[in-house]
Each structure stands twice: as structure tokens, then as C-alpha cells.
Design a protein around this ligand. Structure first.
Ligand code: HEC
Ligand code: HEC
Ligand code: HEC
Ligand code: HEC
Ligand code: HEC
Ligand code: HEC
Ligand code: HEC
Ligand code: HEC
Length: 438
């Protein structure tokens, strides 16, 4: 008997033992069609850890097997023959929708599903052109999602996959990637409820949500208790104020159930401003959205605390808008209209200064205020905004055109530049004398 035949016989024996083991050992074996997948993939080097993670999952307990997710329809361009079955590697929201229709519909209606549609944005010029395509593939698109391309043989194009970006455009036309938050192959809710599930993308200089959260009293409290079990992260139903009370995580505020609201996979339902553009605007039905958010806070805080918090937050956004965002934008708009700047973005210094002003510093100021991160509001936020507005943006604009900033600088907001009052100057001297004796 040659070595090859010997190997095959051993494989078959292992497969038989394994099948027996599965049918005896577990209450609800995966569907028969997945038995061969499991047998083969359990062997070392063929993805044994994938099988193990799946065995620890709710899917295994409920008899959902490999083939239920990976089977390909005849129309699926990424389908391929694999040991007698037609399968696809990508499992898209459309595949999950066979059993989770509602979650898929909610995700589909959210901004997350539109994540890959950023062509035309300044960020895209920066990523694709100023930096380069490979930077965009390993950077931007790993968060936002690629448009997955498939070759004639059903192979996934290496430029576009692996990729589990939030708005990935799948070969079947569906949008998004459920495994962006639910790590495969455990697909656990407990994991998705933790801030790190969001933090892969919601971080960094232009949207530091996880850093802000970690700095906030909410993050401090969550980290203090997360390993004690009081957060009940494993529970099927997870209602704030009922199943846990110690601290909110990202999803508590943006997705999860309250006694009167259901879980929802549209993360935008509870936010009333958009903090992303150069000037923040209120979204449609802002009051309804705000009430949904307040309803979360009120499970743990008093009414006055909640109302007053939102007064502080709204005022911080308006301050940024009126004092820095709108004036800077009006100067830029005029320069473009008068051809003082070329229509090519990022070829002039002022364009970088302005971009960082709203896209990095201005966002941090607003985002810090929205989620209780005072250091991001102040030192990473308004401080940087003010520093670059007064010392870089305005002087650079004056250099491009003398007098172009006069109207802005004459406004009430900026008249302090013309000199503080004697009383204000004396206050400063007194403060340092009292504190440090000089
Ligand atoms: C006879 C053994 C065997 C069986 C049966 C089998 N697989 Fe595989 N599978 C493999 C091996 C080996 C690889 C790795 C192939 C490679 O590296 O080119 C693989 C790769 C895969 C991949 C990744 C393909 C890629 O190139 O991205 C998926 C997904 C997959 N298998 C799913 C399944 C499913 C679902 C089933 C059951 C319907 C199944 N397999 C049955 C051996 C098997
Ligand atoms: C609940 C649905 C689901 C089930 C059940 C499932 N998978 Fe997957 N699998 C996925 C998803 C989602 C991906 C990620 C692919 C992508 O979208 O990029 C994936 C990816 C893979 C890959 C390729 C990615 C990699 O990391 O190498 C392999 C191989 C694979 N699955 C094998 C299996 C096997 C074997 C089983 C059964 C033990 C199984 N899957 C069960 C959803 C599932
Ligand atoms: C670390 C993950 C990550 C990377 C890398 C990343 N982004 Fe983003 N991007 C996000 C997140 C998260 C948001 C939403 C932030 C928010 O709402 O606070 C966002 C917002 C945006 C927006 C604003 C969308 C809107 O609706 O206003 C655009 C455009 C954008 N990104 C394009 C890009 C481009 C192009 C690149 C590469 C140059 C890039 N991003 C790199 C995560 C990322
Ligand atoms: C932005 C992160 C994120 C993405 C993307 C995501 N989920 Fe979820 N999902 C969660 C969180 C968090 C929970 C737990 C919510 C809770 O119980 O408080 C959850 C819960 C679930 C549940 C348990 C039942 C329920 O609704 O609570 C299912 C099923 C589910 N998700 C399916 C999906 C599917 C299918 C997709 C892809 C369309 C998807 N998820 C994409 C974060 C996400
Ligand atoms: C063939 C049906 C089927 C498919 C396909 C399927 N699931 Fe599930 N899923 C289930 C069942 C059944 C449960 C257990 C339901 C329960 O506990 O209420 C479940 C549970 C879940 C949970 C909750 C896990 C937990 O820890 O409570 C998540 C998250 C989830 N699925 C995500 C997905 C994602 C993402 C996909 C696609 C990649 C997918 N499922 C594909 C049937 C399916
Ligand atoms: C205590 C509740 C709470 C927690 C915890 C929380 N957020 Fe928020 N989040 C808010 C509020 C309030 C807003 C502003 C809503 C508004 O504008 O009306 C917001 C706004 C946002 C925005 C919108 C930014 C934009 O571009 O408009 C994103 C994105 C976000 N949060 C993500 C996260 C992430 C990721 C986490 C965890 C790391 C998190 N949030 C934790 C309450 C919370
Ligand atoms: C894989 C990357 C990724 C992950 C993981 C992710 N997000 Fe996002 N999120 C984005 C991107 C990109 C956007 C901006 C999409 C756009 O507007 O084009 C966004 C937007 C948002 C928004 C603004 C929605 C709106 O309607 O304006 C909220 C809120 C949000 N995410 C919350 C969360 C929460 C909470 C989690 C974790 C449970 C999470 N995200 C996980 C990438 C991600
Ligand atoms: C699950 C309970 C829970 C939810 C939901 C919750 N918080 Fe908190 N919050 C806390 C806890 C606990 C602290 C920390 C108190 C301390 O350290 O003394 C806190 C602290 C704060 C603080 C810090 C200031 C202070 O009083 O010390 C603010 C502001 C705040 N929360 C606002 C909100 C807002 C606004 C919402 C809704 C968007 C919200 N919280 C949702 C539990 C919650």
C-alpha cells in the first residue's frame, strides 16, 4: 500500500470516529451538510481553531453549521466548488439575513452600511492620491470597507480582500460586514457589547471616541467592574437599569435596549448633531433622536443632571460652529470663489491648516463634549483650534489676501485680540502673585 492511500484511509477513520463523536456527544449536532466540513477543517492546519470557535458559539448550540453560512447560490459570483459543495468564503449580511432579517435591515438603513461610499471626499483625495492606493487599501478601507472584486474563477482580489470594513460592498451587492463587530466564528454578543468592538475604527486624531470614553467617568467605571460580572455581558437580554446598572458602554447609549426601547442596529438613531463636517448641523427629527438618548441616561441619572448635560454639550457645539467653524469656512469659500486658492485640494498650506482645524481639532472639541471627555474638549480640542486659528489660519489667510479676515476678526468673538481690559489684565497678575508669589 502506498503512503498516499494509507493517508486517505487514516483520514476516513478519523472522519468516522469524529462523526460518531459528534452524533453522540452533543445534543444538537450541526446539520449533516456541515459534517464533512467540520471533519476536515478540524484537522491540524486546516482551521482547527475556526472549528473550535464555532463550537463555543450559539450557532453550534442551535445547529447552525458551516454550510448554512458558507453555501453559495448559483448566482453568487464568488462561489466555488469545494470538495463536492458549492461554497463562498465571504458570508455577507444577505447570508445572515436568512435567519436575522431584522438586524440586517436595521444595519442596512444605517450610516454604517454607507461607510465605503467616500469617493469625492477630501479624505479620499488624501488617501488615494496624496498618499496612494496601497495606503487606502490597508488604511481607510479596513475601517470603511472595500468594494470586493472577484475574478473569473471566483477568487477574491487581493486589493480588496481580506477586508471586514463596516460598509464593505459584497459580491452579492449587499452592504456591510457583520463580523466587523461580531468576531468570527464565535459571533458573540458579549464581545460586541464591549467598547473595544467599536474602538478599532472609532479612535485616533479625527474621531477619538474610544479614548474619550476611556477618559470619561463611564469608561473608568466600566473598566473597574468589567471583570466582576456585574455587567452581565453574557446575558441574552441586556436592558440597562434592569440587567446591569454599573456603567454604560458605547452600545448602551447607541444601540442597546432600555425598558422602553428595543435593541437597534442603526447606530445613528439616538444622535441629533452630526459632528463630522466643518460646521455641525442638527439631523432631521433631532428632538426625537435626542429623546431616545435621554431615555438611556435617565435609567441611571436624574432628570436635571441629564437636561443640564445636554445644555452644556449643545453650547460647546454652537461655540465651535459660530466662533471658529463658520468664520473659517466663509474665508475658505471666498478664496475658492475668487480663485485665490486653486481647485486642487491639499496643494496649498492653508488647505492643510483648515483641514486639521475642522477635521481633527474641531471634531475632538465637539466629540469630547458629547461624551464627557474634558481633556479632548479642552487640550486636544478647543486649545488646538484656537492656537491654529489665531496663529496659523488667520495670518496665512492675510498673507494670501490682505484684509480678507477683517470682518471675522472684528466680530464680538475675536475682539479680545485687540487687547484685554485693564481689569482682565490685573486679574492675571493677581492670580500668579497669589499662587506662586511672583
Ligand atoms: C477534504 C477536506 C475538506 C472538506 C470536506 C472541506 N474543506 Fe474547506 N478547506 C479545506 C482546506 C485544506 C482548505 C484550505 C485550502 C487552501 O489553503 O487552499 C479549505 C478552505 C476553505 C475555505 C477558505 C477558502 C479560501 O480560499 O478562502 C472555506 C471558506 C472553507 N474551506 C469552508 C468549507 C466548508 C463550508 C466546507 C463544507 C461544505 C468545507 N470547507 C469542506 C479542506 C476541506
Ligand atoms: C454564522 C455564519 C458562519 C458559520 C456558521 C461559519 N462561518 Fe466561516 N465565516 C463566516 C464569516 C462571516 C467569515 C468572514 C469572511 C468575510 O466575510 O470576509 C467566515 C470566514 C471563514 C473562513 C476564511 C477566513 C479565514 O479567517 O481564514 C473559513 C476558512 C471559514 N469561515 C470556515 C468555516 C468553517 C470550517 C465553519 C464550520 C466549522 C464555518 N466557517 C462556520 C461565517 C460563518
Ligand atoms: C481607524 C479607522 C478609520 C480609518 C483608517 C479611516 N477612517 Fe474615515 N471614518 C472612520 C470613522 C469611525 C468615521 C466616523 C466618525 C464619527 O462619526 O465620529 C469616519 C468618517 C469618515 C468620513 C466622513 C463621513 C461622513 O458621513 O461625514 C469620511 C469621508 C471618511 N471617514 C473617509 C476616510 C478616508 C478616505 C480614509 C483614508 C484616508 C479614512 N476615512 C480613514 C474610521 C476610519
Ligand atoms: C456596530 C457593531 C455591530 C455590527 C456591525 C453588527 N452587530 Fe449585531 N450586535 C451588536 C451588539 C452590540 C449586539 C448586542 C446588543 C445588545 O443586546 O445590547 C448585537 C446583537 C446581535 C444579535 C443578537 C440579537 C439582537 O438583535 O440583540 C444578532 C442576531 C446580531 N447582532 C446579528 C448581526 C448581523 C446579522 C449583523 C450584520 C448585518 C450585525 N449583527 C452587525 C453589534 C453589531
Ligand atoms: C441558519 C440560520 C442562521 C444563520 C445563517 C446565521 N445565524 Fe446567527 N444565529 C442563529 C441562531 C438560531 C442563533 C441563536 C438564537 C438565539 O439564541 O436566540 C443565532 C445567534 C446569533 C447571534 C447571538 C449570539 C449570542 O452570543 O447570543 C449573533 C451575534 C449572530 N447569530 C450573528 C450572525 C451573523 C453575523 C451571521 C452571518 C455571518 C449569522 N448569525 C448567520 C441562526 C443563524
Ligand atoms: C453615556 C452615553 C454614551 C456612551 C457611553 C458613548 N456615547 Fe457616543 N455619543 C453619545 C452622545 C450623547 C452623543 C452626541 C449625540 C448628539 O449629538 O445628540 C454621541 C455621539 C457619538 C458619535 C457621533 C459623532 C458624529 O460624528 O456625529 C459617535 C460616532 C459615537 N458617539 C460613538 C461612540 C463610541 C464608539 C463609544 C464607545 C467608545 C461611545 N460613543 C460611547 C453618548 C454616548
Ligand atoms: C469597522 C469599523 C467600525 C466599527 C467596528 C464601528 N464603526 Fe461606527 N462608524 C464607522 C464609520 C466608517 C462610520 C461613518 C460612516 C459614514 O458616515 O460614512 C461610523 C459611524 C458611526 C456612528 C454615526 C452614525 C450616524 O448616523 O451618523 C455611530 C454613532 C457609530 N458609528 C457607533 C458605533 C458603535 C457604537 C460601534 C461599536 C458597537 C461602532 N460604531 C463600530 C466605522 C465603524
Ligand atoms: C448604566 C448607567 C449609566 C448610564 C446609562 C449613563 N450614565 Fe452617566 N454616569 C454613570 C456613572 C456610574 C457615573 C460616574 C459617577 C461617579 O463616578 O461618581 C456617570 C457619570 C456621568 C457624568 C460625569 C459627571 C458627574 O456627574 O460626575 C456625566 C456628565 C454623565 N454621567 C452623563 C450621562 C449622560 C448624558 C448619559 C446619557 C447619554 C449617561 N450619563 C448615561 C452611569 C450612567
Amino acid at each position: 500500500m502506498n503512503a498516499h492511500k494509507y493517508k486517505i484511509i487514516v483520514l476516513i477513520i478519523i472522519a468516522l470516529i469524529f462523526t460518531l463523536f459528534i452524533s453522540m456527544g452533543f445534543a444538537q449536532p450541526a446539520q449533516d451538510e456541515s459534517t464533512t466540513c467540520i471533519t476536515c477543517h478540524s484537522l491540524q492546519g486546516m482551521g482547527a481553531s475556526i472549528v473550535q470557535m464555532w463550537k463555543d458559539s450559539k450557532h453550534f448550540q442551535n445547529g447552525v453549521g458551516c454550510y448554512d453560512c458558507h453555501k453559495a447560490e448559483a448566482a453568487d459570483v464568488d462561489g466555488f466548488e469545494h470538495h463536492g459543495k458549492r461554497i463562498a468564503t465571504i458570508v455577507s449580511p444577505k447570508d445572515c439575513a436568512q435567519c436575522h432579517e431584522q438586524e440586517v435591515a436595521e444595519s442596512d438603513g444605517s450610516h454604517h452600511a454607507k461607510g465605503a461610499q467616500f469617493i469625492g471626499s477630501l479624505d479620499n483625495i488624501l488617501g488615494e492620491i496624496v498618499e496612494g492606493a496601497a495606503a487606502a487599501n490597508s488604511g481607510c478601507r479596513q475601517c470603511h470597507g472595500s468594494i470586493v472584486q472577484v475574478d473569473k474563477n471566483g477568487k477574491l482580489d487581493a486589493q480588496t480582500w481580506p477586508n471586514t470594513g463596516i460598509g464593505r460592498v459584497n459580491p452579492d451587492g449587499s452592504k456591510g460586514s457583520c463580523t466587523a463587530c461580531h468576531s468570527r466564528h464565535s459571533f458573540s454578543v458579549a464581545q460586541a457589547r464591549q467598547p473595544e468592538a467599536c474602538g478599532k475604527c472609532h479612535m485616533g486624531p479625527d474621531h477619538p471616541q474610544i479614548e474619550i470614553y476611556t477618559e470619561s467617568k463611564h469608561g473608568i467605571k466600566f473598566n473597574a467592574v468589567r471583570s466582576t460580572g456585574v455587567m452581565n455581558l453574557e446575558k441574552d437580554e441586556w436592558v440597562v437599569g434592569k440587567d446591569y446598572t454599573a456603567a454604560p458602554t458605547c452600545v448602551t447609549c447607541h444601540m442597546s435596549a432600555t425598558p422602553t426601547q428595543k435593541v437597534n442596529h442603526d447606530v445613528g438613531r439616538r444622535i441629533s448633531w452630526t459632528l463630522r463636517p466643518p460646521v455641525s448641523i442638527k439631523l432631521d427629527s433631532a428632538d426625537v433622536r435626542r429623546d431616545r438618548m435621554k431615555n438611556v441616561c435617565l435609567q441611571c441619572h436624574a432628570k436635571e443632571h441629564t437636561e443640564n448635560f445636554f445644555t452644556q454639550y449643545d453650547e460647546a457645539v454652537k461655540l465651535y460652529n459660530e466662533k471658529f467653524g463658520k468664520p473659517a469656512k466663509s474665508i475658505m469659500d471666498k478664496f475658492y470663489a475668487d480663485n485665490k486658492l486653486t481647485k486642487t485640494p491639499f496643494d496649498e498650506d492653508l488647505e492643510w491648516v483648515y483641514y486639521e482645524l475642522w477635521h481633527h481639532e474641531g471634531r475632538r472639541a465637539r466629540m469630547g463634549a458629547s461624551m464627557m471627555g474634558p481633556d479632548f474638549t479642552q487640550w486636544h480640542g478647543f486649545y488646538e483650534v484656537a492656537k491654529h486659528f489665531y496663529n496659523k489660519f488667520i495670518p496665512d489667510a492675510e498673507e494670501i489676501q490682505k484684509g480678507s479676515t477683517k470682518d471675522v476678526m472684528d466680530s464680538e468673538f475675536h475682539k479680545w485680540k485687540k487687547g484685554l481690559t485693564d481689569e482682565q489684565k490685573k486679574e492675571i497678575l493677581d492670580f500668579y502673585k497669589k499662587r506662586y508669589g511672583e
